[in-house]
Write a protein that binds this ligand. Structure first.
Ligand SMILES: N[C@@H](CCC(=O)N[C@@H](CS)C(=O)NCC(=O)O)C(=O)O
Length: 203
């Protein structure tokens, strides 16, 4: 029986969707892409809510058929059996540790300033809410900097989905007013990720 093609539903500018395209680029996985528009209300339609009742992108139609939401779960699914998800229990738990860090301490604090200051352009770079996000986001970046001063990648000595998950919003942080020159090891890690074979840019 033919398996359905992997299909990614995203938006053009989503960093969470970029994580998925980035991993597929590194792994040489073919992906069909359908980009929707948040401002046009595409995520509020009945058809999309049947795919993801939570109403967010990215979502991936799996090889088995069901749709999968949440970027961390999608990365985990796609990386199974590849070098981007180490096989041993401790290394896998360390990957999960960084995926959780990305979702709880990193992503919103870096993505929200970018969204409101640059993509929507409705908040000033020094608006109180933006300053509050940046204060927390700088703590996350300092934590990454401390790790990357001692390691080339987040888990082990090669890139994993931990690096892929942390890459997009770190790479685009300056659009939310962050100063990456304060984080030289993070900048060198971003360059290493961009130099890997199969790297795909956001646009
Ligand atoms: N935890 C989710 C977050 C996904 C997310 O925030 N998606 C945004 C685009 S980057 C979205 O769909 N926003 C529309 C909305 O929340 O209504 C993930 O990692 O995939």
């Amino acid at each position: 029986m033919n398996q359905p093609a992997l299909e990614l539903i995203d938006t053009i500018y989503t960093g969470n969707g970029w994580k998925v395209r980035l991993l597929c680029g590194y792994l040489g996985i073919a992906l069909q892409r359908r980009s929707l528009s948040i401002v046009e209300g595409d995520l509020d339609t009945e058809a999309f809510r049947r795919i993801n009742p939570w109403g967010q992108v990215p979502v991936l139609r799996t090889r088995e058929g069901p749709w999968l939401a949440e970027s961390a779960a999608i990365l985990w699914y796609l990386a199974q059996g590849t070098a981007f998800l180490p096989a041993d229990a401790l290394a896998q738990a360390q990957v999960l540790q960084w995926l959780s860090f990305e979702q709880t301490q990193h992503m919103a604090n870096l993505a929200q300033p970018r969204l409101w200051v640059t993509l929507r352009g409705t908040m000033a770079v020094d608006a109180p809410a933006v300053l509050a996000w940046r204060e927390q986001g700088n703590k996350a970046l300092a934590h990454m900097e401390a790790h990357l001063q001692r390691h080339r990648y987040f888990v082990g000595d090669r890139p994993s989905i931990a690096d892929v998950a942390l890459f997009p919003y770190t790479c685009m942080a300056q659009q939310g007013g962050y100063e990456l020159r304060c984080y030289p090891s993070v900048r060198r890690w971003l360059e290493r990720m961009q130099a890997l074979a199969g790297y795909v840019p956001l646009l």
